[in-house]
Design a protein. Sequence first.
Length: 248
Amino acid sequence: MLRERFAHLTYENTIPMFGSDHLTYLAIILVVCTVFLVFAKKTLIGEKAVKAGRILGIVVLTHLFLEIPTLRLLMGEPLATSLPLHLCNFGMIMVGTLLITRKQWALDLAYFWALCGASQSLLTPDLRYIFPHPLAITFFTAHTLEIVGVLYAVIVLKMRPTWSSIPRVFLVTLGMALVIFPINFIHPDANYMFLKFAPAGGSLIDLLGPWPWYILSLVGVAIVFFVLAYLPYAVSDGIRKKRAAVSG
């Protein structure tokens, strides 16, 4: 089985946060994302940008469902822990939907879930596999595609969220958490949206208290992160209004 072939490629616990392996991943991701987005902004205009976005959206969705559950099952992971029920999985679905349809509701969900969720996954990865383990590769490519996809929509397709996006996305996220919470108890290792226990390798959740109280803390953290993610637009809108008032 594939599992036995790659069994030696595992960390004792999880990838050391901001260790050499982690920093190498982050450096590669930063360079690749920057080069791609700069190239796309300069060369993809009009209908060409829309078509390229649709292709990227298809790539995002294909990657998600080839990794979860297909690759995980091939690697011997149990089905109960291999379902696409993490927030980042929903984020990838929304990013793919956004790039294919260019719907505003998809942009709202994708923007906040990708920038607030996938970014945390890259910075504090809950990953026990060592490169070139297939699940180590797909962990980073999946979260990178999610972030690149939403930045493509913002930078190249010139879409943006609004203040009213925040409460809508918050309520949807809260509703999803309420539905997914009991699903975590179908298997001892199931921990979708990290609602049953904190990631083993350490994360922001470690600072929010013990289970289940950290779940309540996460509600407040989500609101803060959503506001911070929207802050660049709030600032730019404020500057634009001031300039318009002065010139008017």
